[in-house]
Design a protein around this ligand. Structure first.
Ligand SMILES: Nc1nc2c(c(=O)[nH]1)N[C@@H](CN(C=O)c1ccc(C(=O)N[C@@H](CCC(=O)O)C(=O)O)cc1)CN2
Length: 289
C-alpha cells in the first residue's frame, strides 16, 4: 500500500484564496484586518515561522504589525508589548510566538491577551469556550488537522484516534475538537507516561503524532489503512526537518501528511482564518446598523 498524501500546502493555498476575497469585503466596509506578532528571542525556527505568517498576511491583504524583543526581555517588557497590542486599533488580532525564553511565565502572558484579539485561540477564555462547545477562535494546529482530515474525507465519526503528545498548542486541545458531535471521534491521548504506546498506536484508525520525538511512529505500529498525521518537528545536523513519523509508514498507512508540507501550512492558514473571522465579528455591528 502507498498512502494518499494529505496535502497541507495545496489545502492551505485554497483556503487562503477564499480568505483573500473575504479580506476584500472587509476593506470595502472600511476595516483592514491586521495581524500582530510578538517574537521574543532569537530562535531560528520561531523567526522562520513568524516571517512565514507575515508573508501569508501580505498574500491575502492582511496588514502586519511585527514586534520583537531580545531573549533577555523581562516579564514586564513582554507584558508591556502585549498591553500595547491590546490597545492598537490597527491590530485586530495577534499572537505571542511560542516558546518564550526560559523563566518567562507563559500562562500569565497568554492570560493578558485581549480574548477578542487572540489569533491563536490559546487565551484561557477561548480554550474555555472550546470546552463549552461555544464559538470562538480555535487553536490553529488542531483546527488545521481537522480541516485537512475533512478535506480528504478521512472518516472521523466513530474512528479511534490516538493523539501523541499533551502540549498546549496541539495535544491538549485536539481531543476537544475531535470529540465534538460534528466529528464524533473517540480519542485516546498518549504521552511520555503511557505504558505501552505501540499497543495504542496499533489499534488506531487515525494517529496524530505531536511528541517531537524523531521517527517515534514506526511502520510496524500502524494499522494498515490508518491515517497518520505528522506534527512533530525535530532537526537533523543539516537543519532539515525530521518528523515524528518514520518514512516507512507511507507503505502501511492509507493517508499520510508529509512533513514539511502537511500540518505546518495548515497551521498558518488557520491563523489567517482566525484573524479574518475576528475582523468579521468586529465589523458585524456596523453592518447591522
Ligand atoms: N503562538 C504560537 N506558537 C507556536 C505555534 C502556534 O500555533 N502558535 N505552533 C508552532 C510553530 N508554528 C506556528 O507558530 C508553525 C510551525 C510550522 C509551520 C510550517 O509551515 N512549517 C513548514 C516547514 C517550515 C520549515 O521548513 O521549517 C511545513 O510544515 O511545511 C508553521 C507554523 C510552535 N509555536
Amino acid at each position: 500500500m502507498s498512502a494518499k498524501t494529505l496535502d497541507g500546502k495545496a489545502t492551505a493555498a485554497a483556503i487562503k484564496s477564499g480568505l483573500s476575497a473575504r479580506v476584500e469585503v472587509l476593506k470595502e466596509r472600511g476595516l483592514t484586518p491586521g495581524l500582530g506578532t510578538l517574537l521574543v528571542g532569537d530562535d531560528v525556527g520561531s523567526q522562520k515561522y513568524v516571517a512565514g505568517k507575515h508573508r501569508d498576511c501580505a498574500a491575502v491583504g492582511i496588514a502586519s504589525i511585527q514586534r520583537e524583543l531580545p531573549a533577555t526581555a523581562t516579564q514586564a517588557e513582554i507584558e508591556a508589548v502585549v498591553a500595547e497590542l491590546n490597545e492598537d486599533p490597527a491590530c485586530t488580532g495577534y499572537l505571542v510566538q511560542l516558546p518564550l525564553p526560559r523563566g518567562i511565565d507563559v500562562n500569565r502572558v497568554l492570560r493578558l491577551i485581549d480574548p477578542a484579539k487572540d489569533a491563536d485561540g490559546l487565551h484561557p477564555t477561548n480554550l474555555g469556550l472550546l470546552v463549552l462547545g461555544e464559538p470562538g477562535p480555535l487553536p490553529c494546529t488542531p483546527n488545521g488537522i481537522i480541516t485537512l482530515l475533512r478535506r480528504y474525507e478521512v472518516p472521523l465519526a466513530g474512528a479511534d484516534v490516538v493523539v501523541v503528545g499533551r502540549g498546549v498548542t496541539v495535544g491538549r486541545s485536539l481531543p476537544l475538537l475531535l470529540t465534538r458531535r460534528t466529528e464524533n471521534a473517540t480519542v485516546t491521548q498518549v504521552h511520555t507516561g503511557t505504558r505501552d504506546l505501540a499497543a495504542h498506536l496499533r489499534r488506531a484508525d487515525i494517529i496524530v503524532a505531536a511528541a517531537g520525538v524523531p521517527h517515534l511512529v514506526k511502520p510496524e505500529d500502524v494499522k494498515p489503512g490508518a491515517a497518520v498525521l505528522d506534527v512533530g518537528v525535530s532537526r537533523d545536523e543539516q537543519g532539515r526537518i525530521v518528523g515524528d513519523v518514520h518514512p516507512g509508514v507511507a507503505e502501511v498507512a492509507g493517508w499520510l501528511s508529509p512533513n514539511p508540507g502537511g500540518v505546518g501550512p495548515m497551521t498558518r492558514a488557520m491563523l489567517l482564518q482566525n484573524v479574518v473571522e475576528a475582523a468579521e465579528r468586529a465589523a458585524a455591528p456596523a453592518v447591522a446598523e
